[in-house]
Design a protein. Sequence first.
Length: 100
Amino acid sequence: MAQERELAVEVVYALPDRVIAASARVEPGTTVAQVIEQVGFTRLVPDGVLDDAHVGIFGRIVSRDTPVRDGDRIEIYRPLLADPKQARRQRSSRKVRSGS
């Protein structure tokens, strides 16, 4: 049986002032969570950020048990500081009050 080749993947985590990135070569069948653990990001990312709602591949939210494919870019998303809809309402109400 021919041995399957390793997959090349990247993990990125964007902070307000910098981006942390790491590359890895993994076996076929490796999951998103396993790659994140392998590159050491579980020690860099605050507790709670690595739940299923905060990881994706190329901008698409995925489960941590999703198998990676060759060339995938795993993204770890930070929690939002404010609800985008609420922030937009606040900006709009400030404009109305200031007469803009």
